[in-house]
Design a protein around this ligand. Sequence first.
Ligand code: SF4
Ligand code: SF4
Length: 430
Amino acid sequence: MSFSPLKNLDYSMLQQCMHCGMCLPTCPTYDATKLERSSPRGRIALMRSIADGHLESSRLFAEEMYFCLGCLACETACPAGVDYTRLFEMARWEVERSAKLSSAQRSFWRWAILQTLFTRPGLLRLVGLLLLFYQKSGLQILFRKLGLFRILPRYWQNLEAQTPACASRFSHELIPPLWKIANPRYTVALLTGCVQDLIFSEVNKDCAFVLAQNGCEVHTPPLQHCCGSLHAHNGDMETARNLARKNIDLFPIESIDAIISNAAGCGSHLKHYDKLLEDDTLYADKARVWSAKVKDIHEWLAQIGFAKPVKSASLKKVCYHEACHLCHGQKISRAPREILESIPDLDLVELPEATWCCGSAGVYNFTQPEMSARLLERKMRHIQSTSAATVATANPGCILQLQHGARQRRWPLEITHPISLLADSYRLSS
Ligand code: SF4
Ligand code: SF4
């Protein structure tokens, strides 16, 4: 192995951990196993041993790094300010460089998903259209009734059961490239994402509408690139860096006031473009401007003072699940609650362990189905205890995971984005 990301990392980042263990009770994988190596402190110690040259990247190390959810609960708990986001990305990069998990099948899926599908937005939409045809034509129902999937191994059967329903129209068909308003107070750009665009384009439309209602002129480029978080979190840093450059080139970053993200995982990563491109002589300055302007939509609305809605449809009991990359990755907890609390007749009830990961964690539900299911079970139990009919959460992965949990249990639970609830209330008020 020629290049080692951990050996080339600023060593003080690893030294920052003082082994106090305050992160341990907040870590879902440590909670499940009680193994030191599955804790944040243990993982950092393993990373440091590799950086010191005392340990070679092994299969066990690789599995441990992929057992980590990347939920960043440890980062919130840490009194020493350890940058676990960066350490986690470097460790997974180390794993891929050392090829300790490599197999022909794994390499194929990584190539197909990371390097092909999620680097070509047009191709991703084409796959979305094919999926839509399969779902709307009745083929999916027919195949399920015929039991065709029963010949597949259990893992693939479970995956099939989780196939999300594709949106019938993508974001560019719902949102104009420029949403003009009279006397705008701000000019912003809206990021439509990739999964969000394919499955939750209505959430994007709601966000554009809410921004316009709050005095923002909204630029929404019709075809956008993936933010690259999937790549950075799965050890493909080169593709992550390329996608960051493409996004920076796509948006008029100097002339807008803010770049708005509505997906927690994307927003958390987009705010780190400055670190991702700090050694890129052409892009480092632009990336700094970019990072300073990226705002989560709740954060932005709270910052500019959003208009309080005056009507809502009927009394709704809602609980709020805090997406890890919003509460831990971006430290945004108060603003979404403020928005939900502002909706008349919305009864916001507290969800126990609201900041505990639901097990979605990017593609964790595919790569670690058992641990993911265990976390989902815990989350669903807490949701049930609130007797809320609606769960609000601000990440497409969490919405899909909770929808899957509700389907499995046959619960008529509504899972939605906080901004969609605000948009509904604005529409009633106008
Ligand atoms: S990111 Fe989450 S799972 Fe990973 S070490 Fe930190 S708390 Fe544990
Ligand atoms: S809380 Fe921070 S300093 Fe303490 S063991 Fe965990 S990562 Fe290290």
